[in-house]
Design a protein around this ligand. Sequence first.
Ligand SMILES: [Mn+2]
Length: 303
Amino acid sequence: MQARVVEWTDEAFETSADEFLALIEEAKEILYGEKEARAGSGLVRISPQTVKKIIVVGDIHGDMESLVHILEDIENLNADRIVFLGDYGDRGSESVEVYYVLLKLKASERREKIIMLRGNHEGPPDMPVMPHDLPFLFTEKYGARGKEVYKKLKELWEYLPYAVLVERRYLMLHGGLPANAASIEDIAFAHESHPASSNFEEILWSDPVEGKGDFYSMRGAGRMFGEDITEKVLSAVGVKVLIRSHEPCEGVEVRQRGKVLTLFSRKGSPYFNTRAAYLILDEDALREAKDAEELARSAARMW
Ligand SMILES: [Mn+2]
């Protein structure tokens, strides 16, 4: 794959609007098929007995250098799944190019291994992010046709899953746990209950807070969820740790006494983190659930 990452990276800067549109269409067809196979669910289930290695990548936010670093780093690891936790565009100047490489990956022969989750920057039209640079970056690159490419990409977001359950081990999603989720189905079909229920919004937008309860978030969307909420929801879905992204940190951050791991996989402006990280869940980490402390120590690869 390494040679292809280099090839895709070069292509990413030169590709035409028509080629980009064709790539989005191709990836959308694949994602549509996968969603149908999940009976419309936004949850990807992984049985830990069927895999030996899962790579987890946090926010990329337009940082092509970090994306290429990760893809080259994991080239020879032969991972069974690569889970991206969302937030691909915005913030970084190479957001358009990051999308190109990720969609190439999703359209490649390794497509079954690639899981791209929805972040709040890939949310539904009624949950906009501010600032949202992506449409302007497309216009900058493709002029008037940039709008068309961006519109097509927005359509693709609707087909992305937004949670991964590694059964009896880990739950992965972009933001946080919905405070009122009582079962895995509340998470799997959160998009269908939106906006009557706030589950979907909380999955994409929420952040953990130390202590108990759930509170209003300064983000203006999602909520702050405490350790008691985490305990309740993780126990309802039968896993030990929540692996999520959404907040800048020095690569990894352990929250709520090891129940939550925050992962951040990009560097550079407008954030101030000096390190970024991705996770390698190997056979050991898949055989039995580790807590976030142990994952941060043994599974994180920093740069
Ligand atoms: Mn986010």
